[in-house]
Design a binder for this molecule. Structure first.
Ligand code: TRP
Ligand code: SF4
Length: 400
């Protein structure tokens, strides 16, 4: 129950660009080697804001998955799926909605912020208010304990933790909990029971977190426990009720420093992006025509890299030697701007080349993507059902 599981989602609202690559996808690629990872297309989340343009979503889902694969996300390492293909996300959302105070949702900062930012759209909808709860459902049905997100999403994870505690508090209580937990301890066998009790005492009396962690992994290794006993023993370590759902932690990804072609943050809404799989000729043209220090009107005018978007790219892509060359050459008018852009152009094209290569077979045969997503959805559904069984039971809904 406490083995690390990573989950993250992305809304299919547009083609991905190098900002997504440097900000999010590279991180996913790293994580897939370290943890069990689940990555999904958050198409229902996209509908909360794009409910009136469903065609945008449909088109972007498949392109986005290919962008992930192009970036190096590996379906043999991570499970890739689409949210709306796993109905448990919706079932969990409805069940959690029963215990979610309206005020908690209204206080999530993104609710008011986004309404103001996207003020041409009516976002005073039930779906949009429930956005963070849908996100909680995404996380909780997989008992994912690590969630890589940007700073802006941290309040959603905090909200999820609060809902988790509320759920466990309401549904983890049972008559005779203590007696049942004591019975469950005996089932561990005499040696492990003793260790469990010692670790529990150490945690409860001295607040020893290491003891708690050791006790949890002891339970993790225990094959012969029923789900109910497992939840009791996990809950008994910390207090007086079952732990049915797992509190997740945010794995904060630092905001991407990836600049756009105009020096502002790279973003679709600034129209300053380089697409992840953009055609090399188009990329070449975009870089050759990107603005530079406006003071350099003629080749002989000296410039100031600090005022130039190209320099931002050198900070990301170039080594110290090239950076020196830019500083010297720019300030002394020793190099021209096209010359200065050349190493950037080469680095960006070199970065994209393996992405084009990885994407090629998927572009040529879309059934490959459909199949790997179908497999991912099936696996995700199976994992989610394990949690849903416990959740239904806790809420009085197990009829079979
Ligand atoms: N809300 C996230 C975003 O806009 C996307 C998302 C949906 C997500 N569900 C999630 C991220 C669950 C992490 C975990 O970026
Ligand atoms: Fe920008 Fe380079 Fe031209 Fe200087 S030389 S203005 S850093 S592009």
């Amino acid at each position: 129950m406490f083995t690390d599981r990573v989950l993250s989602g992305m809304r299919p609202t547009g083609r991905l660009h190098l900002g997504h690559y440097h900000g999010v996808l590279k991180n996913w690629v790293d994580l897939q080697h370290q943890f069990e990872c689940l990555f999904f297309v958050a198409d229902w989340h996209a509908l909360t804001t794009h409910y009136d343009t469903p065609e945008i979503i449909e088109q972007n889902v498949w392109d986005m998955v290919i962008d992930w694969l192009a970036a190096g996300v590996d379906p043999a390492q991570a499970t890739l799926f689409i949210q709306s293909q796993v109905p448990a996300h919706a079932e969990m959302h409805v069940l959690l909605s029963m215990i979610t105070p309206l005020g908690w949702l209204e206080r999530v900062p993104s609710y008011k912020d986004q309404q103001e930012k996207l003020n041409e759209k009516d976002l005073s909808t039930y779906g949009f208010l429930g956005y963070p709860l849908l996100q909680s459902s995404d996380i909780l049905i997989y008992r994912a304990n690590r969630v890589p997100v940007g700073e802006d999403q941290a309040p959603h994870i905090e909200f999820t933790r609060e809902i988790t505690r509320r759920f466990n508090h309401i549904y983890g209580k049972e008559i005779g909990f203590k007696e049942k937990a004591e019975e469950a301890i005996k089932k561990l066998g005499s040696k492990k029971s003793k260790v469990y009790r010692e670790l529990r005492d150490r945690y409860q009396e001295q607040g020893d977190d290491a003891a708690l962690a050791t006790a949890r992994s002891l339970l993790d290794e225990q094959q012969n426990l029923s789900m109910g006993d497992r939840e009791r023993l996990f809950g008994y370590l910390e207090g007086g009720g079952k732990m049915i759902l797992t509190e997740p932690e945010a794995l904060l990804t630092r905001a991407s420093k990836m600049p756009g072609l105009d020096g502002q943050k790279m973003s679709k809404s600034y129209n300053n992006t380089i697409g992840l799989r953009e055609d090399p000729d188009v990329v070449t043209k975009k870089i050759r025509t990107m603005p530079t220090d406006p003071a350099r009107i003629r080749r002989s005018d000296p410039g100031e890299p600090a005022k130039c978007p190209v320099w931002q790219f050198h900070l990301i892509y170039s080594n110290a030697k090239t950076q020196d060359w830019v500083q010297q050459g720019c300030k002394s008018a020793g190099i021209g701007c096209l010359e200065c852009k050349q190493p950037i152009l080469e680095m960006v094209l070199a970065e994209q080349e393996p992405m084009h290569e990885r994407a090629r077979m998927y572009e040529e045969d879309p059934s490959l993507v459909r199949n790997l997503i179908a497999d991912g959805c099936e696996k995700a559904d199976r994992l989610a059902q394990e949690t849903m069984r416990d959740v239904r039971e806790a809420m009085g809904l197990s009829y079979t």
